[in-house]
Design a protein around this ligand. Sequence first.
Ligand code: PMP
Length: 444
Amino acid sequence: SITTAPLLDFAQRHVTKGLNHLTEDVMVKGEGSWVTMQSGRKLLDFTCGIGVTNLGHCHPKVSKAAADQCLNLVHGQCSIAYHEPYLRLIERLLPIMPHPSLDSFYFVNSGSEAVEGALKMVRGITRKQNIITMQGAYHGRTFGAMAITKSKTVYAHGFAPLMPGVVTAPFPYWHHFNAEPGVNETELVNASLYQVELLLSQQTAPTDTAAIIIEPVLGEGGYVPAPPAFLQGLRTICDKHGLLLIIDEVQSGFGRTGRMFSIEYSGVRPDIMVIAKGLANGFPLSAVVSTKELTDKLKPGTMGGTYAGNAVSCAAAIAVADAFKEENILDNVKARSTELFRELKALEADSTVGQHILEVRGQGLMVAVEFASPSHSTFDPVIKKDTTANLAMKVSKRCLEKGMLLLTTSVYETVRFIPPLNISAKDLARGIAIFKEAVEEVVG
Ligand code: PMP
């Protein structure tokens, strides 16, 4: 039998160094909110594979739908023929779209690929080149997506030249304005919208600008929900200047924030919405959703992809959509989110540990805790972080030792909670208890 040690040697020898790992143990099984590692350890999964296995690992109905589809048709190929799961999935998605105008679908395999599709669409349709993206944004690792990603320099460093025509606007997160948590939100929103207007008169003329792209909750940039007034302001700017608005719901979509899509909190109509991750609960599938009016402007053959809209992934996604309804997933998100916020806010208010917590924020079960960096000589005044403290990373590592997977996010001292949307009250409480212990040990 293979033990963890030689397998790890094997992995280090043969798997690219370009990947990061939270743990060096090997994952062998997933069931609901738990994963089993080769070492025999069972870990509570508060990462969901970065917001993907939202209905837990190996959800029985999703796995069965995929298995059944495997015996029927694995690969249809979207440029050869429509296949039934592709069309049935659209039928399921239409009624849950955040706006009835979103009625035209294009399926691909990953978030990045869908972002590329959206970029290509807005350029092809408007015949304009420039894209306005947000400070702190993450949209993926492919060349177009990487060019509009602004959350960490590591993602683009050394890979230039990137896609040209990208202009970055401020996202109303207090860090971006060298402010403090609790700063007046309206002022942040107005300052950010003002900057977007300035960009359009100083850097990128509306007649050269195809679209604005934004995550309704900044994901890899720190789990920061966009204030509804900001999203509404962007919609107004887009309408005023003839720009398209792309909403990237790759991480925030599919119930993660307590609504089917986070954009619903603002009531804003996207011209294009990008979805992935939770859509098929682990099977590779993503989509660019738009309007028939827009996509009718595309020439046949300009979009496509060998594996795009794979039949097994589509069958899994149909089962996901059905499970959302049958299992009242959104009700569970709301109940568990209330418990999670209550406990984390109590920790923030704690007289000892609380002084190391700068902010608890998020929407639904997309929640972040940002720690306060102790300031000394290695303190970086721009990112307000003691570069040797690594509090968030230390808390994440301590959680792992105690039996829970918990990710960090952004260049700031932030950990993010992404538990399964159907997690039980008991498992959530277990995760919170592990987190509290870890925080007390690291900063206490
Ligand atoms: N957009 C957002 C908002 C994301 O969070 C991610 C992935 N973290 C992506 C796009 C890229 O998705 P993928 O990794 O599937 O290419």
